[in-house]
Write a protein that binds this ligand. Structure first.
Ligand SMILES: [Zn+2]
Length: 290
């Protein structure tokens, strides 16, 4: 199988074309303009230090917990904001509770679970990724919560899109705290400060229960992962190694998904449990359904 020589994206992902040197179009156009990771990190710290009161968008996954740790180190007053999508793994909830205790910060949980469930119910049966619209919905809710709290900035566990500045000019400004920070260093921060090592579920998530099911369905229809372009961008920027990316491009197995459902039983809304069960049985064919 052919891959881009730089970012490692497989050539069979839709829209990927390798040139004669085996480099994909995205690498070809972005490589000359990549910002320096060291400078990005300095900017993040500078920005955190210049904002006294911040809200941090936390889902209980690795990246947002790392962002929370950074904010707690550099800002005077921190409030955690969690959007309950209905799809947060029980382990991620446990990590959120623990982080709140350890860091002794305020925590606000917002969310209209049904709106998220409707999105999942529209997308999953059609083998479409729910991630794009779901992240937008989460983003809007966090920004609204930040305005209501009257904080000076909203801090998130994002690093993309790769502008040259980790601050997005919004009201209040958004500080993308993972800019310049490779995944292994995010893990170190979270382990050091919170004593936690979030387990990855499938693809690029350690908190969302829906993503693994969506990845499986999409992979069955298209033969590649819809996360490939995003993960390849992370490799290009130096956040992930190719090997780490390739591991995440493998779709989860049926056993893994069954185990996940078992872990979440009673924690996620029944409606979501039913949807995931149906997704699993239609992904694995009629024989192995319950
Ligand atoms: Zn590439």
């Amino acid at each position: 199988l052919k891959h881009c020589r730089v970012c490692g994206i497989p050539a069979d992902v839709e829209g990927v074309e390798l040139d004669e040197e085996g480099v994909c179009r995205a690498c070809r156009s972005q490589l000359p303009h990549l910002p320096d990771p060291g400078e990005l990190r300095e900017r993040v710290i500078e920005e955190l230090e210049s904002h006294d009161r911040v809200a941090v968008a936390v889902s209980g996954g690795l990246d947002s917990l790392a962002a929370l740790v950074l904010a707690a180190r550099h800002c005077r007053e921190v409030t955690m904001v969690t959007v309950d999508t209905g799809a947060i793994h029980p382990e991620a909830w446990r990590r959120l509770h623990l982080a709140r205790r350890r860091l002794d910060v305020e925590w606000r949980v917002v969310g209209d679970v049904d709106t998220f469930l409707e999105l999942f119910e529209r997308r999953l049966p059609r083998n479409q990724s729910p991630c794009g619209p779901c992240s937008k919905m989460i983003e809007r809710r966090c920004e609204r919560a930040a305005r209501e709290l009257g904080v000076d900035a909203l801090v998130t566990g994002h690093e993309l899109p790769h502008g040259t500045d980790p601050v997005v000019p919004k009201d209040p400004p958004v500080i993308r705290a993972m800019c310049g920070l490779p995944e292994r260093e995010r893990r170190e921060l979270v382990r050091e400060e919170l004593g936690l090592s979030p387990r990855k579920l499938a693809g690029y998530t350690s908190n969302c229960v829906v993503l693994p099911f969506a990845l499986k369905r999409f992979h069955e229809e298209h033969g590649y992962s819809f996360e490939a372009p995003r993960l390849a961008a992370m490799v290009r920027m130096g956040y992930l190694s190719k090997r780490e990316m390739w591991e995440r491009l493998e779709p989860p197995g049926e056993e893994e998904l069954r185990g996940l459902l078992e872990e979440c039983r009673g924690w996620i809304p029944r409606r979501l449990e039913r949807l995931l069960r149906e997704t699993l049985s239609s992904a694995s064919g009629p024989e192995s359904g319950e």
